[in-house]
Design a protein around this ligand. Sequence first.
Ligand SMILES: Nc1ncnc2c1ncn2[C@@H]1O[C@H](COP(=O)(O)OP(=O)(O)O)[C@@H](O)[C@H]1O
Ligand SMILES: [Mg+2]
Length: 260
Amino acid sequence: MSRVLMFTSLKGGVGKTTAASALGFALSFLGARVLCVDLDFGVRGLDLALGAETLCGADVLDVIRDGLDPRQEAACLSENLFFLPAPALFNTREESALTKETLDRFLLCAREEFDFVLLDLPAGGGELFLPLAKNEHVTDALVVSTAEETALRAAEQTAFEIRCACSTTDVHLILNRCPMRKNLSRSLFEMAQDASCAVLGVVPEDALVRESAAHGIAPTRLPQSPSSQAYWNIASRLLGGRVPLLSGIASRRLRSSLLG
Ligand SMILES: Nc1ncnc2c1ncn2[C@@H]1O[C@H](COP(=O)(O)OP(=O)(O)O)[C@@H](O)[C@H]1O
Ligand SMILES: [Mg+2]
């Protein structure tokens, strides 16, 4: 059964694009057929995160609006990993003229071919947030937040809006850029409670992520590091694996201190 995941938060800079690229790479490496889609028409960046900025071909707006077949238009990045970029230039003051009908046709076609369709949304979600939150083809919302209070509030509000729009979408939290030290003022579970979502994964703050992003390398392509392990764990969970929350990321003692 294919899954459509929207990476979302009302707040920018929390790690949505990084997570989409990391999980796109990891899931495809683990054998799933994956389509990554950049729906951030204002500040596109998934092409950079995937190291795919020099590709030419149709953009996702053309594909959806003109009813083109995503299976034929998506660029192939590796055996199982495919990508549809956002338009190079887009007037964010104009509507994109996407309708429920065109979105449905696009998602249906994509679900026929791919095991996972990863949708990278802009901060706040943009004009596609509600249409996607309501769309029955979207199976999961991955709400991304850092450990900051404002980001957690944004996550809670994002989750609330998605649940109001559609009761069947599974809403999960990725807690990103977490400080991995003892004696945090609040445990990771307390943070997740603030966001009112079940935690799918915890990703440590890691300077390597920023450095690799600058070179278009998804974190899961990095040699072993705590952050890459965190994304691999999330990918395994999405594939049905039962991987403990901080497995391979923190020692047992640190784990109990972080989890509280
Ligand atoms: N776990 C992490 N550790 C350190 N830096 C990170 C981590 N995750 C993301 N970043 C950095 O944070 C910045 C924003 O990430 P990005 O994925 O573009 O956020 P968003 O798509 O939510 O706006 C980027 O510079 C990225 O490299
Ligand atoms: Mg982004």
